[in-house]
Write a protein that binds this ligand. Sequence first.
Ligand code: PMP
Length: 301
Amino acid sequence: MIYLNTGIVPKNKALIPVFDHGFLYGDGIYETMRAYKGVVFRLEEHIERLFRSAAMISLKIPKAPGEIKQAVYETIKANGHMEAVIRLTVSRGAGPIGLDPGLCPVPTFVIISGEFRKYPVRHYRNGVKIAIVNTRRNFRGALDPRIKSLNFLNGILAKIEAKNRGAFEAVMLDYRGYLAEGSISNIFFVKDGTLCTPSVEVGILDGITRKIIIDCAKEAGIKVVEGRFRKEDVYNAEEVFISNTTMEVMPAAEVDEVKMPAQGEMARALHKAYKRKVAEYIRTPRHTHIPGTSSLKDLSF
Ligand code: PMP
């Protein structure tokens, strides 16, 4: 079941016009979220970022944040999902050929919920392979990576390179050669016990997982540096890991044929701390309160 514009429809009825500018021009935005035990983790932050992306492309989202929250829960409920990946897309909507957003009076609003499929345990136990690819991250002054845009070709080109090199994730540098981010993840590395990650100013998506990891590290008394780094800093690191909403914290065993010396101890500790934040979140009643219902139980799974 899919949430399309105003309500839930069966998957085979969830169709959008070929004139949708999301399809024609990649004109739109999205969020990917994860539900644990039927609770969408940090939903408020995802909705906030959705509105920021929308503002950055002058798109007016046709729903209020509370309505979006309700629609997200309706979607996971309609599918009976407890452990889910939720993809929320808002595109410019249908209109004649032409770039002018004014051609599209009504945005298209879609929520897809899929059963969460776990990554292989060995990815976490042994670490994955990362390739620092030739494709550079979009220049902030052209298409700001803080816009979670439907135009994903930058990441796709990076992913193709990584795949050709047998790597799990592609990490991009920015146009000046500073470390930026993965195709769908943020990157961290550890040097002399300090946790390092590219600063948002480099031109990356300010990942929600990234922020939680930084909080966890600071709470554990770990020094955190958000800055400008080169790929050599990654090669010389003690540990490297990547993060996003679905993979949480995933250690890297190898970056461009360079084997990481440590067994991902900090990654493991931060992953545990992250899991604790998830557990805390899902048992906090105010996070599970859905507008228009008295509690999450009203949406009984
Ligand atoms: N960078 C990019 C380019 C991404 O697509 C994602 C995934 N949304 C991330 C970073 C990680 O963001 P989050 O932690 O909010 O999932």
